[in-house]
Design a binder for this molecule. Sequence first.
Ligand code: UDX
Length: 460
Amino acid sequence: MASEAGKAPAIPGRRVLMFPLPFQGHLSPMLQLADVLHARGLRVTLFHAAFNAPDPVAGYRFVPVGAGVPAADLVPTGSDADFVGALLRFNERLQGAFQDSLREVLEEEEGARPACLVLDSNLRGMQVVADRLGVPTLVLRTGGAACLVAYMAFPALCDKGLLPLQDHAQLNMPLDDLQPLQLGDMVFSTTTPHETMSNCLERIMESARYSSGVIINTFSELEGADLQKIIHGLGVPVYAVGPLHKISPSAQSSMLDTDKTCLNWLDKQEVKSVLFVSIGSLASMTQEELVETAWGLANSCLPFLWVIRPNLVQCSGKVGLPEGFEEVTRGRGMVVSWAPQQEVLGHQAVGGFWTHNGWNSTLESICEGVPMICRPHFADQMINARYVQEVWKVGFELEGKLERGKIERSVRKLFCQEEGGEMRRRAKDLEDKATECMKKGGSSETRINLLVDFMMSLPC
Ligand code: UDX
């Protein structure tokens, strides 16, 4: 997808700087990209928020930014957490510290300028600093191409008076220019004020437009049409280099302790019999929803592996699984606090995934040919779910209030009905396409080569 990228002689050991956001769904793809670049001969310096250093990687340099800034100032917590406001704060609070750190790194390496800084697209504040110090930037989009297209269209919907949403009756309004999206898919948060959301999206789009190129964790066989819209809309080179977790499977970066005992448990289950239930690292549910989910899974009578991470339930009172649930599901259900998700999805026993449709989870499911029950919560998740249901047809949305009977019927639809079987077959086709794009001469392998050439060609 890259536009013309000049071939340049490789400069051995040229350095690339990187700056991810300190959230699981953003950190992992950045580290995977770092691994890809490192494997092609680039050296890596990784800036990171001081409060959460990623696990060290041999051969990389890690530079903490903002020591002394409390995590609580940067990371949202609580049921009504405003993630978007936190992103803007992250930029404000760390911009000065980043300027000092970047200047130090550049001075230490005088005479060997880094090729560029690759930063998360939410870090427009850091991009401004890099521009000031003469370091070219590339932006990593950890979401899909459809999401970026939707972000590009957001201001026009505001100009038309459709956003902020005036009337709940408009939630299902089809958006002709953004098919198959509906207006409700563009309501990215119910806790963030509209002005804050607009500001955040404007900064994401600025980071893309003012960059030397945009890197997207997707592949052209999956999102070709949306990638074309981005290429035409942005005017900078666009590199679709995913699925990064498959291209760089060894780049692990779990922020929580992973319980691998579930893999032994999966070994004992029948092929494609288990539903994996996980809603990522940020989304949450109420205690009432937890109870409905528990009984929905129990009543389905099918095996399940369920991730209940420590802060999954937003509740000030008693939190926990309902009485009797463990006895009823003993032997056919397992609960863990954090799973090795990619290995789980790749396990032969897993036949379905109840997901919140964070982009990483969506891509991981697609790459293993696992059909999905979609239960999006916020941000890009509604867009991803819409594509899973309407475009790729490898899953369906569990809509409305969470209720045990509805959950039971959804699980049965995926595992026991012909419709679910068709979704599974289409998911297998997508898995094959994902495998192809990574092979020599495949679309993503080609884009990665172009990206590395481009980085090498940037002025020394
Ligand atoms: C966030 C946003 O919510 C998401 O919409 C956006 O696209 C990226 O940033 P998150 O909610 O955590 O990410 O979801 P997701 O993108 O799916 O990333 C979660 C990651 O955690 C996945 O890579 C998944 O494999 C991993 N995970 C999740 C585990 O390793 N174990 C688990 O038990 C659960």
